[in-house]
Design a protein around this ligand. Structure first.
Ligand SMILES: *[C@@H]1O[C@H](CO)[C@@H](O)[C@H](O)[C@H]1NC(C)=O
Ligand SMILES: *[C@@H]1O[C@H](CO)[C@@H](O)[C@H](O)[C@H]1NC(C)=O
Length: 541
């Protein structure tokens, strides 16, 4: 069974690769930087009126305020709001994750009272104390990324926005973002002191106990380098960049490729802290792998001088993905739809995917723009189409946590659904206020300027607003295969503020400072900002 599936995926991959190569040859003659994508991927013809666009940006700002007010009323200063039970939860170390994850979006939305409130809170956090378990990955992408990004925004294009009447006081609050970033990194850095230099994934701050017999995964190791490098570049203290880059070396050059690198550039998932050897050959662009691949191209965008090796690694992974993992559901051949599968044992490709992995369309589009290489952009748009289907065909109009498209594994009660749509729901049918599909729409819109992606983003927002909205904020829901989304699961994750609302707002806000300073709007040659994996914009070097 596996062999059959694999050869089909391989064949499809080869066909796609061949198409991609032809397109690539064509694109070589084009002027670098301007990629006339519509020659290859037709414009939908859809155009939105300015008034509609402005109204939508306003509606998304309103959703932010609704979420923020609920958080302040019932959860502050805990990490996140549990909107059904009207209290706070501390799933992210208890330093007030929603405040730090939310500040960048509030800056871009130009909500000065909210930002001042957030700045004052952040300045007083004691990062040397924590009674909860710490995830180095989550703490880096949410807290460190959130503070560094707010610092970059408020000491750069948004400096005047926050200074206002209380100039000096607010200046100090902005400086505190950087001081607090250093304080946090100093509290965490001992976790890199393992035999190999690969950091521990989880630890208690006070124990300071090194467990070199532990394991970490490639996302946990490979999603630190942007934040820790930026901190070094801002402070002039190289120790932070050195720690993260040293750990990353085990991913740039795998110690035991026969296990750890089943396809060129595509890695296994878990590796040992004592020697950096890989323990398995399974993986893909979903959980525990995803943002390692994402950061390879983003590090190159951050500084092409220092991070060319990272780019080469991204190209390897991207090419292997197009060759080995691309897969078109049997009854959707001839459409513009592509899914990317997952691998196990380094051989068989499973035809299943996840909401998390739906950021991949946006990442390929970013790569295509940065490299002026049409084959990645087109593949990216095809992936966006695939993930969009999981929203458009779903009765709630929201995509599930996981889905599949293997004709041999269709659940018997979904045969009709599969025949019609080419995919089916698998075990995890909840929605956790995740951003990845909307994130990819954002990149697709930026690259193509085709309003169809704004339309899709709006449809997603309207569905989320009618399914996940509660009296005091927004919540995860249990079952998107039902029209009403099922049970309200009672969690407003901090990434709702950082990612979903930010990408939505940026898609619709064409005015404002961020358009003038091109925050996120021009990936490619004139790029000035790069988003960390939590959607915090970081100023490139
Ligand atoms: C790292 O661990 C070694 C002992 O294994 C110790 O001597 C050293 O001080 C530690 N460094 C830090 C920064 O904690
Ligand atoms: C979002 O939901 C609220 C509450 O039901 C409603 O008032 C508002 O019009 C909705 N917004 C959109 C854009 O659908």
């Amino acid at each position: 069974m596996y062999g059959l599936r694999r050869s089909r995926a391989l064949l499809l991959g080869l066909v796609l690769f061949a198409i991609g190569s032809v397109m690539y040859l064509k694109s070589e003659n084009l002027t670098a930087g301007t990629v006339p994508i519509h020659q290859h991927f037709p414009h939908s013809g859809i155009r939105l009126e300015h008034d509609a666009v402005r109204y939508r940006a306003e509606a998304i700002r309103e959703a932010y305020m609704h979420s923020w007010n609920g958080y302040m009323k019932y959860a502050f200063p805990k990490d996140e709001l549990l909107p059904m039970s009207k209290r706070g939860g501390n799933s992210m170390s208890g330093w007030g994750a929603s405040v730090i994850d939310g500040i960048g979006t509030a800056v871009l939305m130009e909500l000065p009272e909210v930002v001042e409130q957030q700045l004052r809170f952040i300045a007083d956090i004691d990062y040397t104390q924590c009674e909860h378990q710490i995830s180095l990955f989550e703490t880096t992408i949410r807290y460190l990324g959130g503070m560094i990004s707010a610092y970059d925004l408020l000491s750069g294009p948004y400096a005047r926005f926050i200074q206002g009447a209380k100039g000096q006081k607010n200046y100090e609050l902005v400086q505190a973002l950087l001081k607090q970033s250093v304080s946090l990194a100093d509290a965490l850095k001992w976790s890199f002191n393992t035999t190999s230099g690969i950091p521990m994934p989880f630890f208690m701050l006070h124990e300071k106990r090194i467990k070199s017999e532990d394991i970490n995964n490639i996302a946990g190791v490979g999603t630190l380098v942007l934040e820790w490098t930026r901190l070094s570049d801002l402070t002039g203290d190289t120790q932070y960049a050195n720690l993260a880059q040293r750990a990353q070396e085990y991913l740039l050059k795998v110690e035991n490729p026969e296990i750890g690198e089943p396809f060129p550039g595509l890695l296994g998932t878990n590796l040992r802290l004592n020697d950096g050897n890989f323990l398995d050959s399974f993986g893909g662009w979903g959980a525990m792998g995803d943002s390692y691949y994402e950061y390879l191209i983003k590090m190159y965008a951050y500084d092409p001088q220092r991070f060319r090796r990272y780019l080469n690694r991204w190209i390897q992974a991207a090419d292997s993905t197009m060759t080995y993992l691309a897969s078109v559901p049997a009854n959707l051949r001839g459409s513009n739809i592509v899914f990317v599968g997952e691998y196990s044992n380094g051989r068989s490709i499973a035809m299943r995917g996840s909401h998390l992995a739906c950021f991949i369309g946006g990442n390929f589009l970013l790569g295509g723009q940065i490299l002026s290489d049409m084959k990645y952009s087109i593949f990216g748009l095809q992936l966006v189409e695939g993930c969009r289907m999981t929203y458009a065909n779903s009765p709630s109009k929201i995509g599930p946590e996981r889905f599949g498209w293997d004709p041999n594994l269709v659940p018997s009660n979904q045969k009709k659904f599969f025949e019609k749509h080419g995919w089916y729901f698998t075990g995890e049918i909840d929605y956790r206020l995740r951003p990845e599909v909307i994130e990819s729409y954002y990149h697709a819109y930026v690259v193509t300027k085709d309003d169809i992606y704004r339309q899709w983003a709006w449809e997603a927002f309207v569905a989320i607003n009618s399914t996940c909205r509660t009296e005091n904020g927004f919540t995860s829901v249990s079952d998107v295969s039902r029209e009403d989304g099922g049970r309200k699961d009672d969690k407003q994750e901090s990434f709702w503020f950082a990612e979903v609302l930010k990408y939505l707002f940026l898609i619709f806000n064409e005015h404002g400072i961020q358009a003038a300073d091109k925050i996120g709007f021009v990936p490619g040659k004139n790029q000035k900002w790069v988003f960390n994996t939590e959607a915090h914009p970081i100023r490139i070097y």
